[in-house]
Design a protein around this ligand. Sequence first.
Ligand SMILES: [Zn+2]
Ligand SMILES: [Zn+2]
Length: 628
Amino acid sequence: MNQNDPSQFDAAKSDVQRKTLEQRDQIDELARLRHSCAHILATAVLRLWPDAQLDIGPWTDEGFYYDFDLQHRFTPDDFPKIEEEMRKITKENQVFEKSIKTRDEARAHFEAKGQRFKLERLADIPEGEAISFFQNGEFVDLCAGPHVMRTGNVKPGAIKLLRVASAYFRGNEKNPQLQRLYGTAFKTKDDLENWIKLQEEAKKRDHRRIGAEMGLFAFDSDYVGPGLALWLPKGGVLVEELERLAKETEFQAGYVRVRTPHLAKEKMYKTSGHLPYYAESMFPPMELAEDGAPAATEAAPAGAPPRHVERYYLKAMNCPHHHRIFAAEPRSYRDLPLRLAEYGTCYRYEQSGELFGLMRVRSMNMNDAHIYCTAEQFAEEFRAVNEMYLKYFRIFGLDRYQMRFSTHDPSRLGQKFVNEPELWKKTEDMVRQVLIESGINYIEVPNEAAFYGPKIDVQVWSAIGREFTIATNQVDFAVPARFGLTYRDRDNTEKTPLCIHRAPLGTHERFIGFLIEHYAGNFPLWLAPEQVRVLTIGEEQPLLDYAKGIVQELRSQFVRVEGDFGSNPIKAKIADAEKARVHTMLVIGLRDLEAGVVSVRLHSKGPQGARPKAEAIAGIVSDIRERR
Ligand SMILES: [Zn+2]
Ligand SMILES: [Zn+2]
């Protein structure tokens, strides 16, 4: 599930979504190679542990995996042995041979092999779709492909097993737990080695590590619960600064702010279409009796009147609440576009095995807004949203980004896509045109739009070149109608508005997780939890007065400043400040006092020379204001 998707859940959650045949045709070379490696991995594991039960082996962004069920517990100690076997298989240069089987033949094949997960996967293939098998050497797998031609197309030195994890069959806790072997593969050995280096750099920048070092956030599984981040004061600063940025930016772009509760009645999510389909991704409901008292768990006393029980759900997305705000007052075309913004808190039930630091959590604060507009206003609104993205990219120094524009497939209108052929065509054309005119780097992905409209996933690359999906931007033709949203048009008729869902800064959790890696915790001045520290050389009273005066002056301008006036030698004070990643250090001794200057030192950049006190303070204040 993409946690930055403001309005939608991925139906498949952690399970792999079945790809259509058209989608499979578009798979790039690297994915083909990696998926072939999954077959090679399964071949190797079966050679070493012939009684292993197999599930599936897809490619991933990182490489590939294969899920196994066997008595032996895999550990990293097994990896060299398995990798050796995989290399052997590449050298055997086996051909990937395709064959088509009837459903009965396929079933008989897996029954004979006793592969019970494969039998279930077989049942997933829709009636009428070809059932294809691929064989390499002695290994036969149910698979639609695509693969490389031969195992020899994989370079033996360019494969690496990464880790083992447990995964439930179909990602469902009620199913058996399998062992998932993750690996990766590249076209060349060099590519693999570069990737390994990048991983090491990423490890140093791991947001969980830096977050703990800097005291940004904490998780308290005992008292608060897993996946529910607590923002410590320094992390709270990051949250506040991002919200201020969003509020100022949205204010200037004509948004209005709203506030909504964290829960709503079942009816809300039935109307939005999230229930029952995505119930598993939501926290279980709270049941309340009609009069507000909790529903009795024990049987009601005989003769007691039946009590109506109402179900409430924690919200997993903000859209339905905003839709109800739209509906709260009569709307006319003069009110449009209406841009409702909120840093809304959402809750999603992620399985505990899926939780990962700030990147995958159960409670998240989203930079959400919904723009209700007419079809005529759409292009302009969409263009403005894009400009907002670009503004944010500049502020955060993100020069590598890409927008993935997912469109519909006309042959699947009314099934996978809401049946509004003209609206699809019109909005997709407009989106495409805006993307081209803005000179935005984008790719178009057919057949992956949301049910109710085209969508754009925004991918950015951190300073060390790791890719993150930070935000989603969607057009919605269907849901406003389900909620009965209308406005009175010029011609006095009631019309349904379009809705744009957008969340450029994603969620605080994920975006800050990303920023920690991007900056390696060395935040720019405007974001730094501790912006300035004043360090004294010596303890003379006039010096202390001078130093305290500087602290006071900065604080009166809302600069986050601390003083270190103790008796430690200056070297130790600087080391402390460097360790705490304080952005700017103002070092002052008696000579600075006499000259009315401060010696400026920047974190990890060293001394910058002396500057007149007033000039240094003005510079800091203006850099913060300019978000530098
Ligand atoms: Zn395959
Ligand atoms: Zn939304």
